[in-house]
Design a protein around this ligand. Structure first.
Ligand SMILES: Nc1ncnc2c1ncn2[C@@H]1O[C@H](COP(=O)(O)OP(=O)(O)OP(=O)(O)O)[C@@H](O)[C@H]1O
Ligand SMILES: [Mg+2]
Length: 275
C-alpha cells in the first residue's frame, strides 16, 4: 500500500482581486519525498508555497483544501497554525540577506527560531542546539561565530544559516522557495548537496521550488521524487522526475527541457526562450 501523504493539496485556487494567480492546483508529498515545482516567473509558485503556511496577505482569496499529516490547515485556528509553522513545516526563501535580521547576532537569530517553539529550554540548552544546527549545515567555527552579524557571512553561509534556522525544530516538511537562485553556481551545488544530506538524515519531505529545471532535477533525483510543472497558475504536467525528462507530455515542459543545457548543447546557438 502507498504511504499516506504528509502534505495533500486539493483544488487550491488563489486570487488577488480580479487576478487568478493559482487555478485548482493539486499535489501531494509523501514523508521523505521531494516534489519539485518548476515554472516561469509569475506562474504562482511562491503564492502556492505561502498559501501552505497561510502567509498570504488577507486580501488573497483562497479555496480548496490543504491537509498536513491529516490535519486540515485551512480551517485551523491561527494559534494552532502558529504551532505548525516553523516547527513541523519550515520554509527557506530565495534571498538570504532579506530573511535575516541585519542587526541581530546570528546565534540569537537561530536560537529565536528554536525558542519560538520551545520556550522552556534554558539559555545553555538553546546555545548548544544552535551550535549543533550550525555544525549540521557545515558552518565552520560555529561556536566562535555565534556573536557575528549576518553581513559577516558570505551569501552561501547566510543561506546555510537560514537552513539551520529551518531545521533546528526538526520539521517534517521543508518548503524551499528558490533556495539557491541568489547563489553562484558552485555555492548553489554545495547548498543543494546539503539539502539532500539533510533530507536523508531526517527523512525530511521537501517542496523544492525553482524556475530552473536543471536545479529541480538535481534536487528531485530519488526514484519516487516527482516534478510538477506550472504555467499561468496551473500545474500542466506532474510526473516522476525520470519520466518527465524521458517523456515530457506537455509542450511547455518540452520547451523548458529544450532550454536546459546538456553536454550535447551547441553552445554557439542561443538557448530557446521560455515565453
Ligand atoms: N501579495 C500579492 N498581491 C497581489 N498579487 C500577487 C501577490 N503575490 C503574488 N501576486 C501575483 O500572483 C502571481 C503569481 O506570483 P508568484 O509570486 O506566486 O509567482 P512565482 O511563480 O513565484 O514567480 P517568481 O519565479 O518570479 O518568484 C503574479 O501574477 C503576481 O503578480
Ligand atoms: Mg517566487
Amino acid at each position: 500500500m502507498a504511504t499516506p501523504p504528509l502534505l495533500e493539496v486539493t483544488d487550491l485556487s488563489i486570487a488577488f482581486g480580479e487576478h487568478q494567480a493559482v487555478h485548482s492546483l493539486s499535489l501531494s508529498i509523501a514523508p521523505g519525498e521531494t516534489l519539485g515545482l518548476v515554472g516561469e516567473s509569475g506562474s504562482g509558485k511562491s503564492a502556492t508555497s505561502l498559501a501552505l503556511l497561510r502567509l498570504l496577505p488577507p486580501t488573497a482569496r483562497l479555496t480548496g483544501s490543504i491537509r498536513f499529516d491529516g490535519i486540515d490547515l485551512f480551517n485551523l485556528p491561527e494559534s494552532a497554525m502558529r504551532r505548525h509553522r516553523g516547527r513541523n513545516i519550515a520554509m527557506i526563501f530565495q534571498e538570504p540577506m532579506t530573511a535575516l535580521n541585519p542587526v541581530m547576532r546570528v546565534g540569537a537569530q537561530v536560537g529565536e527560531a528554536l525558542q519560538a517553539h520551545h520556550p522552556e529550554l534554558s539559555r545553555k540548552a538553546v546555545r548548544s542546539r544552535v551550535i549543533d544546527a550550525m555544525n549540521e549545515v557545515a558552518l565552520p567555527n560555529a561556536e566562535q561565530r555565534l556573536t557575528d552579524y549576518p553581513h559577516q557571512f558570505s551569501g552561501g553561509q547566510r543561506q546555510r544559516l537560514l537552513i539551520a534556522m529551518a531545521i533546528i525544530n526538526r520539521p517534517r516538511l521543508l518548503i524551499a522557495d528558490e533556495p539557491t537562485t541568489a547563489l553562484d553556481v558552485t555555492v548553489q551545488a554545495q547548498v543543494l548537496a546539503l539539502l539532500k544530506d539533510l533530507r536523508k538524515t531526517h527523512n525530511l519531505a521537501m517542496l523544492f521550488i525553482s524556475h530552473d529545471l536543471a536545479v529541480v532535477a538535481q534536487a528531485c533525483d530519488q526514484p519516487t521524487d516527482k516534478v510538477a510543472v506550472m504555467q499561468h497558475g496551473r500545474i500542466v504536467e506532474q510526473a516522476l522526475t525520470q519520466d518527465l525528462f524521458l517523456q515530457p507530455q506537455h509542450p511547455y515542459t518540452r520547451r523548458l527541457l529544450a532550454s536546459v543545457p546538456t553536454m550535447q548543447t551547441d553552445r554557439t546557438v542561443p538557448l530557446a526562450t521560455l515565453r
